[in-house]
Design a protein around this ligand. Structure first.
Ligand SMILES: *[C@@H]1O[C@H](CO)[C@@H](O)[C@H](O)[C@H]1NC(C)=O
Ligand SMILES: *[C@@H]1O[C@H](CO)[C@@H](O)[C@H](O)[C@H]1NC(C)=O
Ligand SMILES: *[C@@H]1O[C@H](CO)[C@@H](O)[C@H](O)[C@H]1NC(C)=O
Ligand SMILES: *[C@@H]1O[C@H](CO)[C@@H](O)[C@H](O)[C@H]1NC(C)=O
Ligand SMILES: *[C@@H]1O[C@H](CO)[C@@H](O)[C@H](O)[C@H]1NC(C)=O
Ligand SMILES: *[C@@H]1O[C@H](CO)[C@@H](O)[C@H](O)[C@H]1NC(C)=O
Length: 574
């Protein structure tokens, strides 16, 4: 496996299960300096009232009362974490402060989250004296509801403290012994930990009498064991693409489901980096061994989206039967047409030779969606297929199904659609059903989108449906990519994000609407232009497809400035 090439990406996984972050009037930084713009109330017996002082440039200073009003008190009380404001006080009600007068002529609307985000003259710019120091009276919360709870949450620093405890090994009372899983005798690694911490995890079965725990894992992963054990203390771990597999294995061994899933997602990063597809295929097999469904799904989806590349890669022939089965069942295979899939499947079956029984190969062939082929391709099968002769009965029945679907009205064939997937399209990219727009983030503003072909707008035609019945009927489509919000508003809508892709049909008197038995399940394929890697497939809602951002994909968009949009029209009967 080519897992150790890339080490530059570090994913800090912060898994604080069960800890919440709550507000409280005493929720301050646990240590060190106050933050810039911090507030305090001074000169009152009550915690919830006093002269307002603001921290700036390393120094506490006061606020002048010019224009000071209840809206200011609301901001101050909110910033300090009190439930509300009772009044704003002026004229040094809570005594005169000393030091700088930091704020003057403060203008708040009342909705600001901090006093220093209100408008004011400038730090220390003032014509006031300390006689005019402003103050507030906040609702303490106690009189209104004496049972109110204040949560003091310093759990983040607890994590760090526990990390220090682990690093120090101080008074550790339990050994984790790490052995090499292969037979080669290597030095074993002993990590001393605190039994109390391990007992927090029921799945480790740490009983009273136990003094040690032993782990078997490949020698290659020994350096990762310590950071994994540290995770048991801190719930934090940095995962690189090179350490991901070891961490994943440890999470599997110790049954840490959440960590397993998160690391599984990091694996997806590795996927586009091996053009031979050997990495992806062995990752899938690894996912099967570790029963990691998420990892299996991630890999399968990637392979489905990049199916054509996979089918011509060295990994194709070595693909296992269960993996082929999983792939053939998917509707998100991106492939030029179903006939190409049949061709590639036949190559694979022939290459496997006696390793696959005749019954098994019929099982694979029956996953081909013959009704989704054009009549011309169906007709060609008898001449082009290398398995036709040896499976004539099967093919004749399958071809018949295909021809029936193509030549009979939907109302006739529908009652026989018992294995529905056979009648559902995959993602066919043949020219008849798709169009391409090359995206560059530097394109100029496009003021004319109306039915003209240009770099970000394509008009094209498809048949209404794949069935021969609709051969004569065409439908007109317009594919567009919007880069500027003004381009969207010119077209009468608001782009949710940019870029936005749109695929719509337009009908007028010359283009009658399609029949109501047909609906379109169109998709947008995003490909990195230079690497030819499909990294996302998106559906259209209201004719528009949102291009995923870094955050919504979890993974960084691999080619944000340079990708290709393939718009795929997918008619289905309904
Ligand atoms: C842990 O192992 C070390 C030797 O590596 C040993 O000295 C120590 O006593 C062991 N601790 C426990 C709790 O078994
Ligand atoms: C803990 O015990 C349960 C049953 O008692 C067992 O299924 C599980 O494998 C044990 N876990 C470990 C890590 O040994
Ligand atoms: C590990 O613990 C078992 C009993 O729980 C004990 O018999 C064994 O000697 C311990 N091994 C080491 C290396 O301490
Ligand atoms: C679907 O129909 C075919 C005949 O058209 C039949 O052989 C098959 O058993 C049916 N499958 C199911 C799941 O009903
Ligand atoms: C998009 O770019 C690719 C190569 O970068 C080129 O082969 C293709 O013709 C372009 N398509 C369009 C519609 O401009
Ligand atoms: C998305 O991620 C890529 C690669 O990590 C980065 O170059 C790009 O700036 C990011 N875009 C945004 C909007 O954060």
């Amino acid at each position: 496996m080519v897992l150790c090439r890339i080490t530059s990406i570090v994913w800090p996984l912060l898994l604080f299960h069960g800890f919440t972050h709550s507000w409280g009037p005493f929720d301050r930084q646990p240590t060190g300096q106050p933050q810039e713009g911090a507030l305090r109330l001074v000169g009152s017996e009550q915690l919830s009232a006093g002269r307002v002082e603001v921290y700036h440039s390393g120094q506490w200073g006061t606020v002048c009362d010019d224009g000071w009003a209840r809206s200011h008190a609301q901001v101050v009380c909110r910033q300090l974490g009190f439930p509300g404001a009772i009044s704003a006080t002026v004229g040094g009600t809570y005594g005169e402060g000393s030091g700088p007068i930091w704020l003057d002529d403060v203008a708040c609307t009342g909705s600001e989250s901090s006093l220093s985000s209100c408008h004011f003259k400038g730090w220390g710019v003032t014509d006031c004296s300390h006689k005019e120091d402003a103050g507030v009276v906040c609702e303490s919360g106690e009189s209104a509801d004496s049972s109110q709870k204040f949560s003091l949450d310093h759990s983040l620093s607890l994590s760090d403290t526990l990390g220090i405890l682990f690093d120090s090994r101080s008074s550790c009372d339990f050994n984790i012994t790490v052995h090499d899983s292969s037979d080669e005798p290597t030095e074993e690694l002993v990590i001393c930990v605190h039994k109390l911490i391990l007992s927090l995890y029921p799945q480790l079965n740490v009983t009273e009498t136990l003094t040690n725990l032993s782990v078997e894992i490949s020698h290659r992963c020994h350096p990762q064991v310590s950071s994994f054990v540290r995770y048991l203390y801190t719930r934090k771990i940095d995962v690189t693409t090179s350490s991901a597999q070891c961490i994943h294995q440890l999470a599997y061994i110790f049954k840490f489901k959440e960590l397993l899933e998160e690391v599984g997602r990091v694996f997806s990063l590795i996927l586009p980096q091996d053009g031979t597809f050997q990495t992806q295929v062995s990752l899938y097999e690894y996912g099967v061994r570790t029963e990691d469904l998420q990892l299996q799904e991630n890999v399968l989806q990637y392979l489905s989206w990049n199916f054509e590349q996979l089918a011509v890669s060295p990994a194709w022939k070595s693909m296992s039967t269960h993996m082929m089965e999983a792939l053939l069942s998917r509707s998100d295979l991106v492939v030029r047409d179903e006939a190409y899939l049949l061709l590639k499947l036949e190559d694979w079956i022939i290459d496997k030779g006696d390793a696959i029984s005749p019954e098994r190969s019929l099982g694979f062939l029956s996953q081909i969606r013959f009704p989704m082929m054009s009549v011309e391709k169906l007709y060609d099968i008898q001449f082009t297929s290398n398995l036709y002769k040896s499976n004539e009965a099967f093919f004749q029945e399958a071809l018949l199904k295909g021809f029936e679907f193509n030549s009979l009205p939907f109302s006739t064939t529908k009652p026989h659609f018992n294995d529905t997937d056979t009648y559902l399209p995959r993602i066919y990219t043949a020219a008849l059903w798709s169009t391409v727009i090359n995206y560059t983030s530097t394109s100029n503003y496009n003021y004319n989108y109306n039915y003209y072909n240009n770099d970000r707008s394509q008009v094209f035609q498809t048949p209404v449906h794949t069935s021969v019945i609709f051969n004569e009927k065409t439908i007109n489509w317009q594919a567009q990519v919007f880069l500027y919000s003004a381009e969207c508003s010119n077209q009468g809508f608001i782009c949710p994000t940019l870029p936005t892709a749109r695929l719509r049909t337009y009908n007028n008197q010359y283009y009658p609407p399609y029949p109501n038995t047909v609906h379109y399940n169109n998709l947008l394929i995003l490909t990195c232009k230079n690497e030819n890697v499909v990294f996302h497939v998106q559906d259209f809602k209201d004719e528009k497809a949102v291009i995923p951002s870094n955050s919504s994909m979890f993974l960084p968009n691999p080619c944000p400035d340079d990708y290709t949009f393939t718009f795929v029209v997918r008619p289905e009967y309904q």
